[in-house]
Design a protein around this ligand. Structure first.
Ligand SMILES: CCCCCCCCCC(=O)SCCNC(=O)CCNC(=O)[C@H](O)C(C)(C)COP(=O)(O)OP(=O)(O)OC[C@H]1O[C@@H](n2cnc3c(N)ncnc32)[C@H](O)[C@@H]1OP(=O)(O)O
Length: 248
């Protein structure tokens, strides 16, 4: 009797062990399958969100200027000829890496949590809402910026660091159009009049001299009707090899 009870209890414990192993295997397989099923479409997805397209947070002035530059080839009201006078919208992603060939895939593998400073706020309209256009000859860029409430510096006005960030972004995007990758070597900013929080302004970037790897760019920020000058800046960009970025 004692012997058969012993057999029974060892059979029960054997069955329990088998069952728990089977369950563990099943759970592992299911959870791995679930993880893979979730990850694969995102890794294979060829599309990155383009942040420079309108969203519901864009106000009337932002939309008016977006349409002005985007529609009908966005003919430059100041002229500049057929070649230089038409505007093309620059797409905008939340990582610089996504601009490279295969970058959308790479960005999911390399430092996958990294995000471009100006495109990392979840709430639309809270910080930097902007779109950049460039002329066909790539000599000029214009950015329409709507400055959200999270960019406050002095009460009711935009933080100087946020303004410098946008100047770096626009002139940097401009220089990148000509020779990527580039890094900012020098940035000089003159703040002439404060930018009201929530307002829409124009950031204009003009290509200056190019000397070897160096690109000089000038920039100004003005009110959307052009009546007030807010900021003037100059920047120097140096084109670098990819190895410079990997070295850190
Ligand atoms: C599409 C994506 C959209 C996103 C746009 C966002 C744009 C954001 C851009 C950034 O914010 S980059 C981050 C801030 N910048 C840095 O962290 C750069 C740090 N500095 C460096 O990595 C190097 O110093 C630099 C790449 C700028 C230059 O190093 P190099 O070893 O490649 O060049 P080198 O020092 O030999 O200098 C090359 C030329 O530039 C000149 N140069 C370099 N730094 C300078 C400087 N600070 N002022 C004036 N000239 C400078 C230098 O004199 C020389 O002139 P010459 O060829 O005539 O001799």
């Amino acid at each position: 009797m004692a012997k058969s009870l012993g057999h029974f209890s060892s059979l029960v414990s054997f069955t329990k062990t088998q069952l728990s192993r089977q369950c563990a295997r099943l759970f592992f397989r299911t959870s791995v399958r679930r993880t893979v099923m979730r990850a694969v479409p995102s890794i294979l997805s060829p599309k990155a969100r383009d942040f420079s397209l309108p969203n519901p947070s864009w106000g009337d002035e932002m939309m008016r200027l977006y349409n002005h530059y985007n529609q009908q080839g966005g003919v430059d009201p100041e002229g500049g000829g057929e070649q230089g006078g038409r505007w093309t919208r620059l797409p905008s992603y939340n990582r610089s890496l996504k601009y490279a060939i295969g970058g959308v895939y790479l960005s999911k593998i390399i430092q996958s949590k990294a995000r471009l400073f100006t495109r990392n706020i979840q709430q639309a309209g809270a910080a930097f809402e902007y779109v950049v256009f460039y002329t066909n000859d790539k000599q000029r860029c214009v950015c329409v910026l709507q400055a959200g409430h999270l960019l406050e510096g002095p009460p009711g006005h935009v933080h100087g660091g946020a303004i410098a960030t946008m100047i770096d972004t626009v002139t940097g995007s401009h220089a990148s159009l000509l020779c990527a990758p580039v890094m900012t070597a020098n940035l000089n900013v003159n703040y002439r009049s404060p930018i009201p929080l929530g307002s829409t302004v124009l950031i204009e970037s003009t290509l200056g001299e190019q000397e070897g790897r160096k690109m000089f760019v000038s920039c100004k920020i003005s009110s959307s009707d052009g009546s007030k000058l807010h900021t003037e800046a100059t920047a120097l960009f140096v084109s670098v090899g990819v190895s410079h970025l990997l070295r850190g």
